[in-house]
Design a protein around this ligand. Structure first.
Ligand code: ATP
Length: 596
């Protein structure tokens, strides 16, 4: 047995049973496992859907299909494993064609054992090598992305210069600091513009010294003023940028802001931009947004639906130096796939049917500001690739234009799907994921925000009641208890709708449990030993948990409690009326026998 690929999984596809079995026997004898067989194209696809294979050996003629169809499907599914064709004499040409299309090799019939095993060995070895290379490349890309993330996310300003003192790279913190010192300073080609300021007069000498001596300078402190006269204290450190052969190809400048922070607003915040919430979970979100907002990083905002991702994007924009420039929002799922590309990148007149004039895309509209891509998790592989290119290069091509446009845009993206899981499932590019998630802001679900539920409910009540022409003074204790106990799968948006509905239903001056929907009233059911009869007359609708009673009993009990009123019974059960009717039909419940 060959120890290079001991546990390789192989799929043999052939409509001749004897051949399938012989191949399987030969290959298994070599220690390959599992060796799976399929007699038809459809069976083969089924097997491929069930597990990953390291090698596929397929007859070129497969009933209504061919081995080339297998090859094509395998590649369409993104699998890179080698495919070897088995061919009879009249189809040798087709097999050669298959190799041109990417098959690893073909074996003419009659297949002898040695040729089969040798080809399998070679194919598996090459596949293993390719996989190793791919893994190494991914590893390098991951490491590069990691370094870039560090470079971008540290709050120290980092700049690199070449031997001519031209700026090569600067991180977002450096861009921010230079802009604060003087607008436009960050766009200068040479570091000499910074050195021209009196406070930085020694910098040029330090940089040259570091390059010539190959030694780091010890950090020292500089006092200076920003363009708006704020005083800063900066620590400045300079180190050579080694060229790998003993010299320096430039220098690195690291500037740390040691200015004492202005006293922070003391205590807990109840509001932050358009957010409302005083819970610990929200305090952490506010601090994160404040810290991240200032630095020009790509941010991925995650959280369940209705948790306020759009509010987070607005707050991040407002906290940034781009706040006076546009914030452009694009809901990636609201725009049909075919239009999304031109929506984002714009198009030239005549580039496709219906493009009767040039159109400026959303990215260009956001120039100088922020682009917010909502629901990013659902974009197609093609859009993923185009976005990746844009994030990597800050340039893009409008549809139908072959010269690129450069923009200065900060990208914020949001999703309520688990992107990491999508990456694992191969539905989202890992490289794009890393690009987007330089920093993530995670919004907690409402059920983790404690009393914020009541804070928000009161806020929505105060806003909505006057709009529907009601004078409602507050929410009853019972209703508050129910609001607190409910897990809010739709989060703040759901709460807002619930209060809206309750305001419409409310006849008095207090919003009570009766105006809350069944799923909230019926949630967290009390202990089953409380007999329904004992609870009769209780205002809050509550029934024993479903697990303790068969469904038919539970429905009958609810109907009895509701005096035969189906709407009320449905509310007690936490389901809607139509579902209740359906269940009555399905369970063949005879309501005429019930004594209400
Ligand atoms: N903490 C909050 N304070 C006040 N209003 C909030 C808060 N969080 C969310 N909202 C409100 O709830 C609604 C939903 O918020 P938003 O649209 O930002 O959620 P989302 O997470 O983007 O939802 P989706 O993923 O479904 O797009 C909005 O009306 C928003 O104003």
């Amino acid at each position: 047995m060959n120890d290079l690929e001991p546990t390789s999984a192989i799929l043999v596809i052939d409509d001749e049973e004897s051949l399938r079995n012989t191949f399987q026997f030969f290959l298994q004898n070599q220690g390959y496992a599992p060796v799976v067989t399929a007699a038809t194209f459809d069976q083969a696809l089924q097997e491929i859907g069930l597990r990953a294979f390291d090698l596929i050996i397929s007859d070129i003629v497969l009933g209504g299909h061919t081995g080339i169809d297998v090859l094509k499907r395998v590649r369409e599914m993104g699998m890179r494993c080698p495919v070897v064709m088995i061919t009879g004499y009249p189809t040798v040409e087709t097999a050669a064609e298959a190799v041109r299309l990417g098959a690893f090799d073909y074996i003419p019939k009659p297949v002898d054992k040695e040729t089969l095993l040798k080809t399998a060995r070679l194919a598996l070895r090459q596949y293993q090598l390719e996989r190793g290379q791919r893994r190494a490349e991914q590893e390098r890309e991951r490491y590069r992305a990691f370094l870039e993330t560090v470079f971008k996310s540290v709050t120290d300003a980092i700049l690199t210069v070449d031997r001519h003192l031209d700026i090569r790279e600067m991180n977002p913190a450096a861009r921010l600091l230079l802009t604060e010192l003087h607008p436009g300073l960050a766009d200068q080609r040479s570091i000499l513009s910074l050195c021209a300021r009196e406070e930085f007069a020694a910098l040029k000498k330090e940089l040259l010294q570091a390059m010539n001596s190959g030694q780091e300078n010890s950090p020292h402190l500089v006092e200076c003023r920003t363009d708006d006269r704020r005083k800063l204290v900066l620590s400045i450190a300079v180190a050579p940028l080694k060229d790998g052969v003993g010299g320096a190809e430039g220098a690195v400048l690291v500037i740390r802001d040691l200015t004492l922070p202005e006293p922070r607003q003391a205590g807990r915040r109840h509001r932050f931009h358009r957010f409302l919430g005083a819970s610990d979970a929200m305090q952490a979100v506010y601090t994160m947004i404040e810290n991240v907002g200032r630095v020009d990083l790509t941010v991925l905002i995650t959280g369940e639906s209705g948790t306020g991702k759009e509010l987070a994007a607005e707050a991040l924009h407002r906290e940034s130096h781009r706040k006076n420039r546009p914030l452009v929002k694009v809901d990636c799922t609201a725009i049909p796939e075919s239009l999304l590309e031109s929506e984002l990148f714009g198009h030239r007149k005549g580039s496709f049917t219906g493009a009767d004039r040039d159109r400026m895309g959303r990215i260009l509209q956001a120039d100088g500001g922020t682009l917010f891509l909502d629901e990013i998790g659902d974009i197609s592989p093609m859009m993923q690739l185009r976005l990746l290119r844009f994030l990597q290069e800050s340039t893009f091509y409008p549809v139908g234009q072959d010269t690129p446009l450069r923009v200065d845009v900060r990208v914020l993206a949001a999703t309520n799907v688990d992107l990491k899981e999508k990456v694992r499932a191969g539905a989202f590019r890992e490289d794009l994921y890393f690009r987007l998630r330089v920093i993530d802001v995670i919004l907690p679900p409402l059920r983790e925000r404690g009393n914020d539920v009541l804070l928000l409910a009161d806020h929505f009540l105060a806003n909505i009641a006057p709009k529907v022409g009601k004078h409602i003074g507050g929410i009853s204790d019972q209703a508050r208890q129910l609001l607190l106990a409910y897990p809010w799968p739709g989060n703040v948006r759901e709460l807002e709708h619930v209060i809206e509905r309750a305001c419409v239903l409310c006849q008095g001056t207090t919003l009570g449990a009766d105006q809350l929907p069944g799923e909230i009233v019926g949630y967290r059911l009390p202990a089953p030993e409380v007999a329904p009869v004992e609870r009769e007359g209780a205002s809050a609708a509550v029934l024993p948990a479903a697990a303790d009673l068969p469904p038919s009993e539970r429905i009958l009990q609810a109907l009895r409690r509701a005096g035969g009123n189906k709407a009320k019974a449905a509310r007690l059960l936490g389901i809607d009326r139509t579902t209740l009717y359906r269940k009555i039909r399905e369970l063949h419940l005879d309501l005429s026998q019930i004594d209400f």
